[in-house]
Write a protein that binds this ligand. Structure first.
Ligand code: UDX
Length: 433
């Protein structure tokens, strides 16, 4: 099929490359010429395992092209809108400027029989607001939310857990076109749920709200565990064996961040308020609150291990990305903690396997080094804030010889306390004795 993808940021670039990998002929459009040039050369402007290889093979096959010229979508029949919906400054609501601009830019080039497919995460009601505009050209509209996780984006797009099609009632053409796009995923058994627009939009934000709630639930248990001497990791294992609960997303620690969960739950609350159902989602402000408290607790633990005041203490920060296998520091708990400690006068030295460049752009004041060993040299305390594999596999004996004081705070409960204590470390963690 001939497909266009409008917006080649994280979501759009991955989607375009994966659609080409599935055999479709794809044109990716973005207003940012520098981004388009990088993608055309097989260099995504962000870190995502497997994506550079996919971009190169798709471009070599001739099935994937990139352009800044939106008129080039005219040859395609299915047009995915994959632009960002960031948090509006000074508000919790989502900024829909880019979605509206993308639809506007498409309108002059749409033909009867075309399908515009929204992929961006939007407040419920957005598709209903846009459908008239799209239909005025003879094209139709569908909303097909994306559930990809950073670090697993290629796999999540090629073999999705589920496909959700939000379509106008009885729009069998839209459904058939989407079936054509996703033929290989459907054949491999990805379940499909066909809904109206509002349900499809809600599926996305409620899935993120549920995941955020699950993380904050276990972090709330971590707070109770800290007050009682219990171990939240064992608690998570034990409750996770109940198939109704499940162990995934029960890792207690520094909490969630990134470009999706925090902004999506805030935008969901803002939309609920507009709809007069804010009470139904008031628990989400607790979810947000529990999540932010973890960062304060980490700063408190850093204070405790250095004897009360972090000013002038050398603190090694291991991890800056919001999660491993990503260079993303948007709303990163790790970066937030590093900056709070810097503001308190600590001599912070931070490192991350992939996020040094993104950190320099966002927080140039932070001192960064290339390795955990360099960061830990002469440290009064080491904080592990993102659970990269290279940090989980650090040798506690070797690291102890570098630190001035062997004290570690495990912000992701990913180290073996026995092994670290045996190597002479003071080991502290969130929710573990
Ligand atoms: C998330 C959703 O998982 C995905 O479906 C949606 O499309 C976009 O948002 P992503 O932001 O890539 O994906 O990250 P995810 O793996 O969900 O992790 C989010 C945050 O939660 C990270 O900061 C991670 O460290 C944290 N987390 C996750 C925990 O603190 N504990 C857990 O048990 C799991």
């Amino acid at each position: 099929m001939k497909i266009s993808v409008i917006g080649c940021g994280y979501l759009g670039a991955v989607h375009a490359a994966c659609m080409a990998e599935l055999g479709h002929e794809v044109i990716g459009i973005d207003v940012d010429a520098a981004k388009i040039a990088l993608l055309a050369e097989g260099h995504p402007p962000f870190f995502e395992p497997g994506l550079p290889e996919l971009l190169l093979s798709a471009s070599a096959s001739g099935r994937l092209r990139f352009s800044t010229d939106v008129a080039q979508i005219a040859e395609a029949r299915v047009h995915f809108v994959a632009v960002g919906t960031p948090q509006l400054e000074g508000s919790n609501a989502a900024d829909l400027r880019f979605v509206d601009a993308a639809i506007e830019s498409l309108l002059p080039h749409l033909k009867p029989g075309d399908l515009v497919v929204g992929k961006s995460t939007v407040p419920v009601g957005t598709a209903a607001r846009l459908v008239g505009l799209v239909e005025s050209t003879g094209a139709s509209l569908a909303w097909n939310p994306e559930f990809l996780r950073e670090g697993f984006a290629v796999k999540d797009t090629l073999a999705p857990d589920r496909l959700v099609y939000g379509i106008a009632p009885g729009d069998v053409t839209a459904e058939a076109l989407l079936d054509g796009v996703y033929a290989s995923a459907l054949a491999a058994g990805s379940p499909k749920v066909v809904t109206d627009f509002a349900t499809a939009e809600l599926v996305k934000v409620s899935a993120n709200a549920f995941l955020a709630t699950k993380i904050s639930f276990i972090n709330a248990m971590a707070e109770v565990a800290e007050a009682t001497g219990a171990d939240v990791t064992q608690l998570a294992d034990a409750i996770g064996y109940d198939a109704r609960i499940g162990r995934r997303f029960l890792n207690a620690g520094l909490g969630f961040g990134g470009g999706c969960l925090p902004k999506d739950i805030r935008a969901f609350m803002a939309r609920a308020e507009e709809l007069g159902v804010d009470q139904a989602l008031s628990f989400l402000s607790e979810v947000d609150g529990i999540n932010m408290r973890r960062r304060e607790r980490m700063v408190d633990l850093a204070r405790e291990v250095v004897g009360g005041d972090v000013a002038g203490k050398r603190i090694a920060v291991l991890g800056l990305a919001f999660k491993p296998d990503s260079d993303d520091v948007r709303d990163s708990p790790a970066l937030d903690v590093a900056l709070r400690l810097t503001e308190l006068g600590a001599d912070v030295v931070a490192t991350d396997p992939q996020a040094l460049e993104t950190t320099r752009r966002r927080a140039p004041q932070l001192v960064t080094v290339a390795s955990a060993q360099e960061a830990a040299t002469g440290a009064d305390a080491v904080l592990l804030l993102t659970e990269w594999r290279e940090f989980r596999e650090l040798d506690p004996v070797a690291l102890a010889s570098l630190a001035r004081v062997p004290a570690i705070v495990d912000g992701r409960n990913c180290l073996d306390p026995v092994q670290w204590r045996e190597a002479g470390w003071t080991y502290r963690a969130l929710g573990r004795p």
